[in-house]
Design a binder for this molecule. Structure first.
Ligand code: G1P
Length: 299
């Protein structure tokens, strides 16, 4: 795959939709936004912010809803806490506390009503600079591992233009939880051209088992497409339908097929797996946890 043209930033803005009610994590989400639930000690949204920054993003546009101010507050500087920790000589903790606000500039835009992912992305329109031809979207429920897929997606946009998404091959019985792609091959096994996309199809009607995995590099033409779609699956304005409309109108859309790992932080079952996986990989926690789990599983 060709390298990125030096000096050309693939995108500056990364949109992170974070306006949902987090109903799968009630009652905790009465008071704590889902995006701030920790994976060990770090909220999922910080992991996603770090991924965006690593890929070159300069601003994180968090699409939030009224009552979720804690998400933006998490990225603000906590100078009192930093001073207190520094006074106690806790430099490692100071570094942890500083990490989120040093990563990337954060701006919040508000989605007043829960009208779907397409609508949420549309809310970021005025915050994406008028000169930015493309921007990234990262769904904070999805951890795509190892990181780096956005860089590959940027290379594909440089080569083919248009919009580029990330796909995972999932089991056919799972497709109805995802946006699913109809694809054709390119010369590269890990890059497919998308001929169509459908949101949450029943397994027997899904065009493939390649599912959208929460990473998007979208041409700004998508904003105009979002304005022209009707409510779709679940009665919501779906990002998938805006992308499908762009494809119908001849806009190039490709996927990078990610062969690595993935976690879904959006439901308790996926969250527990992510937590255990991260803990097992942690040099301090891993060995004891592995021993305990091994023992615990001997029933
Ligand atoms: C959203 C998108 C879907 C995508 C999925 C990835 O669905 O609408 O196309 O495959 O994220 O996690 P949701 O999980 O919000 O229902």
């Amino acid at each position: 795959m060709s390298e990125l043209v030096p000096g050309v930033l693939p995108f500056r803005s990364a949109v992170v939709p974070a306006a949902g009610l987090g109903t799968r994590f009630l009652p905790t989400t009465k008071a704590v936004p889902k995006e701030l639930l920790p994976v060990i000690d770090t909220p999922g949204i910080e992991l996603v912010a770090a991924e965006a920054a690593e890929a070159g993003a300069q601003q994180l546009l968090i699409v939030s809803s009224p009552g979720k101010d804690a998400v933006a507050a998490y990225f603000a500087e906590s100078s009192e806490l930093e001073k207190e920790l520094a006074a106690r000589g806790k430099e490692e903790l100071v570094a942890k506390v500083r990490r989120a606000h040093e990563l990337i500039a954060v701006r919040t835009v508000t989605q007043d009503e829960p009208r779907g992912l397409g609508h949420a992305v549309g809310c970021a329109r005025d915050a994406v600079g008028p000169d930015e031809q493309a921007f990234a979207v990262l769904l904070p429920d999805d951890l795509v591992l190892p990181t780096g897929v956005l860089a590959k997606m940027a290379q594909v946009r440089q080569r083919h233009g248009g919009s580029v998404l990330c796909a995972f091959d999932v089991a056919r019985e799972e497709v109805s939880a995802y946006g699913v792609f109809e694809v054709e091959d390119t010369g590269d096994e890990d890059v497919k051209r998308v001929r169509g996309m459908v949101e949450k199809p029943p397994p027997d009607r899904a065009p493939s088992t390649l599912a959208a995995a929460g990473r998007y590099l979208l041409d700004r033409a998508v904003f105009d497409a979002i304005d022209r779609i009707e409510p779709g699956a679940g009665g919501e304005l779906q990002l998938t339908d805006a992308i499908a409309l762009l494809i119908d109108e001849g806009h190039p859309v490709h996927v990078v097929v990610h062969r690595g790992g993935r976690h879904d932080l959006g439901n308790p079952a996926g969250y527990v797996r992510a937590y255990v996986d991260f803990a097992l990989a942690d040099p301090d926690l891993g060995p004891d946890l592995r021993a305990w789990l091994t023992d615990r599983l001997k029933v």
